[in-house]
Write a protein of this length. Structure first.
Lengths: 541, 315
């Protein structure tokens, strides 16, 4: 008989592992940004690539092998060995839920089997829908929920909250105080705070979903993990075949402890007949540690059958299948589905729209890493199919010409990794001018800030000198009125971002296929009309 | 504010009062915006301004060589002075692309400031592209940090440190936000690069002030020439060193094509920024008064644009 590890050590080991991995996750989150280094940490999106459900749903949807998702095989292998250990030892959301539980009032409710099978229902819906080309994982993947919620809501709020007092002190306190507060702020800025204050539209939606997951702890301990998490459901199902098994396979009669394993289990891993459910167990080792008689233990017994039959019924399986087909059909049949706003710009290197939405798992990593805060989550602009996918909003941030960070962090290749030279030619959209707003056209004012900032070596914005009236003074002036060389413009949005007009800019980026024919013709004529003079100073050399 | 009044930094008498206003506004003790009410005065009231031009491929040696005829930095930096060296670090471009000041020129300037007895030398710029990219690709952050002196800092601009300043004699702009560290420096050394700029014609010494102002800089393009001059009234540089080691002839101020760059290995130094700009214009085959900013700067009394009235020293 193998000697059993002293009980307390398991708890300590599990908790230590949870803490360390949570710290690592948060450290990687904080370092999914750029402060001057040539790239971003290669492990930044590790948590997504470790999730087998992300891998399976992405590959099923795009119908391709995505090699970057190979780490999921590590998780699968270890799960087949050990069971659903990932949920108890590794998952950062799981660790945070455990921490939340400690601060909530203690209630004990009997686990409800009906809710328990919901996670398998959701797993089925996600998988079938993915096969049908409709990616639902972004709504239900624990890491998408966590990272996106942190990125768009928690982190910006935290940055603002921690910065505000120091800003107030800098503005209102004498030097004797700021000589102390400023070095503290400088330290926080390097080690704790994000590099810059970010802002995201629709942040409250992602925050709401994240908070809901935590609020469910009031219903049941690890409610999300027990009942809803489809990634956990997949791991749980794999865990039924694991080599590591729990003994005994049911709650002991005549248990000497205050409460038995069935009552105490944080995952509710015992059914109404007190049989052990291996698909629910996350190997927290609490029952082993608590057991007064040493009966509860885990052993390697690969041939052993699971103690209880697989809970989801055939009926549930069929309903899940049907729903997984119905959702994409309904979404595609709806009027909103074919909405594609002309100014909905995707990140540079994004796959064509259909494949993009199949591959994008709405993780929020690209939005986190974008140096200019340009990438923002979509809500219902494209119906339900695009919710939480990223779009480039030039008024909030532009695409830096020499940057490829978003493609480096995308775990599924929805944003393809292109060599820099190729990315610099990737057309995200085209800039077109609004003559009612653009100052030289609308007000006869001098400007061309847009032309000044165009990052292309051969500028995509040119201008025509036109005599007009300056509205503010009534005098006749000659102003430079800008237009776009559409064939060169890549739609980075820097022109829109720097346009000094308050509110709506005088220029906007539209999808390349959405440039009105009249505008295209006009710009072609303007290009022909400006004399082919040297575009700068006459070279005296 | 106990630093000695530096004659060259500011020939204007009530600078001390202005700095006191800045300090009290910053400490939240006053609501009134600091008012820079000083009238411009010709930089060289008694003698024509001196301008030094030098050529050489060893940029560190060249910087020292062009400063020699005006006595090095000793006339401008008293022992213990707080110095700001303000290069152009605005663009995510490499040194060869001639969009930012050459890192070796910046490094040489900083070292000379230290040698002259500065207690603090700050290098910064309010960038156009993202600062974490420009500071690296320009090579300036690395060059300055390689000096390894605790008195030197090359930091990002802190958005919280902009102070609104009223410009009493401003024609196009009567108020704008300025960076506190630049306002409070005992010595403000302006180190721009000479480049093509579609709207301004060329961007030279006077326009480099854009790196120490806040607000929406695009707004200033409506009256660019006059706005630049108005802003220079508040913080006229102690010394301007125009980096013409390589100049950008076309597609400025962003640049990006090496074909648009011309290597001249030249530096221009003067306490008169207008004169420096006027001379730099000639390097592009243009006449000084073709550049509106230079013309208006001379008209407002910021300096001398007529090169015949400038003492030009070639080294």
């Amino acid at each position: 008989m193998k000697p059993r590890l002293i009980g307390v050590r398991w708890t300590w080991l599990r908790r230590a592992t949870q803490w360390v991995l949570l710290a690592l996750f948060l450290w990687l989150f904080r370092h999914t940004e750029n402060r001057g280094a040539p790239g971003v940490n290669a492990a930044a999106n590790a948590i997504f690539r470790l999730d087998p459900l992300v891998a399976v749903s992405a590959m099923l949807a795009v119908k391709e092998l995505v090699l970057s998702l190979w780490p999921a095989l590590i998780t699968v292998t270890l799960t087949l060995l050990l069971g659903r250990f990932f949920c108890g030892w590794v998952c950062p959301l799981g660790t945070l839920l455990d921490l939340t539980h400690r601060v909530l009032p203690r209630r004990r409710t009997a686990p409800n089997p009906r809710w328990r099978v919901a996670k398998f229902f959701l797993l089925g819906v996600v998988l079938v829908s993915a096969v049908a080309g409709f990616q639902l994982i972004g709504w239900l993947n624990p890491f998408s929920i966590l990272v996106r919620g942190l990125t768009v809501a928690v982190d910006p709020a935290l940055t603002w909250t921690l910065t505000a007092p120091f800003t107030w002190l800098l503005r209102h306190a004498p030097e004797s105080v700021t000589n102390i507060s400023e070095p503290i702020y400088a330290w926080l800025k390097v080690h704790v705070l994000a590099f810059s204050q970010t802002r995201f539209q629709w942040a409250w939606v992602s925050l709401g979903i994240l908070l809901l997951v935590f609020a469910l702890e009031l219903v049941e301990r690890r409610c999300w993990c027990r009942n809803l998490c489809p990634s956990g459901a997949l791991l749980g199902w794999l865990g039924r075949f694991s080599w590591l098994r729990r003994l005994p396979g049911r709650v002991c009669g005549g248990c000497k402890a205050e409460s038995d394993c069935g009552e105490d289990c944080r995952m509710g891993a015992f059914d109404s007949e007190k049989r052990f459910l291996s698909e629910s167990c996350n190997l927290c080792m609490d029952c082993v540690v608590r057991c007064p008689s040493g009966a509860a233990q885990f052993r390697f017994k690969p041939a052993m059958k699971p103690a209880a039959p697989f809970e989801p019924s055939r009926r549930l399986f069929l309903v899940s299948l049907a729903t997984g087909i119905a959702v994409p059909v309904a979404a595609r049949a709806s009027g909103a589905a074919h909405r594609m706003p002309s100014d909905l710009i995707r990140p540079p290197g994004a796959r064509p729209e259909k494949e993009f939405l199949e591959a994008c798992v709405r993780c929020g990593e690209c939005m986190k890493v974008c140096v200019t805060n340009a990438l923002q989550p979509v809500l219902f602009e494209t119906g339900l199919s695009g919710t939480f996918s990223p779009r480039l909003v030039p008024r909030m941030g532009y695409c830096e010409y020499n940057c490829t960070l978003c493609s480096q962090v995308c775990p599924t290749g929805a944003i393809q990794r292109l060599p820099l030279a190729q990315k610099q030619k990737f057309v995200m959209g085209r800039a077109i001018f609004n003559k009612e707003i653009c100052l030289p056209y609308a007000k006869g004012e001098s400007c061309i800030t847009c032309e000044e900032h165009c990052p292309l070596p051969e500028k995509a914005i040119q201008f025509r000198e036109v005599e007009t009236v300056r509205k503010a003074t009534g005098e006749r002036v000659v102003v430079k009125q800008p237009f776009t060389l559409l064939k060169l413009c890549i739609g980075c949005g820097l022109c829109v971002n720097k346009c000094p007009v308050e509110g709506t800019a005088g220029v906007k980026v539209v999808r390349a296929d959405a440039v009105p024919l009249a505008v295209r013709k006009e710009y072609e004529q303007l290009e022909a009309s400006i004399a082919p003079s040297p575009k700068g100073v006459t070279d005296p050399y | 504010m106990n630093h000695p009044l530096n004659e060259f930094a500011c020939p204007f008498v009530n600078r001390r009062r202005f700095l006191r206003e800045v300090a009290t506004w910053t400490a939240g003790a006053a609501v009134a915006v600091p008012l820079f009410r000083i009238a411009p005065r010709a930089q060289a009231a008694t003698s024509s301004p001196t301008l030094v031009v030098g050529k050489g491929t060893d940029y560190e040696a060249l910087v020292a060589k062009v400063l020699e005829p005006i006595g090095g930095l000793a006339p401008f930096i008293k022992k213990g002075a707080k110095v700001v060296v303000k290069p152009n670090i605005a663009w995510d471009r490499t040194p060869e692309q001639a969009a930012n000041t050459h890192p070796l020129v910046v490094k040489a300037m900083v070292k000379l400031c230290l040698a002259a007895g500065a207690s603090k030398v700050m290098v910064f710029d309010r960038t156009c592209h993202k600062e974490q990219l420009t500071y690296v690709s320009s090579g300036i952050q690395k060059a300055v940090e390689s000096i390894k002196d605790p008195r030197v800092s090359c930091t990002f601009v802190d958005d919280r440190k902009f102070v609104p300043v009223k410009i009493a004699k401003g024609k196009a702009n009567t108020q704008w936000d300025f960076y506190k560290d630049a306002l409070e420096a005992d010595c403000y050394i302006n180190v721009p690069i000479a480049k093509h700029h579609r709207l301004a014609g060329l961007t030279l010494g006077l326009k480099n002030i854009f790196g120490i102002i806040g607000g929406k800089r695009g707004e200033l393009h409506k009256t660019l020439g006059q706005s630049i001059v108005d802003l220079n009234l508040v913080r006229p540089p102690t010394l301007t060193v125009i980096d013409a080691t390589r100049i950008l002839l076309r597609n400025g101020p962003t640049g990006g094509k090496l074909d648009d760059v011309k290597e001249l290995h030249t530096l221009i130094v003067s306490t008169d920024t207008v004169a420096a700009d006027a001379y730099a214009t000639t390097l592009f085959g243009m006449k000084p008064d073709e550049i509106e900013t230079t013309r208006l700067g001379a008209a407002m009394g910021l300096g001398e644009a007529d090169l015949n009235k400038v003492k030009i020293v070639q080294v």
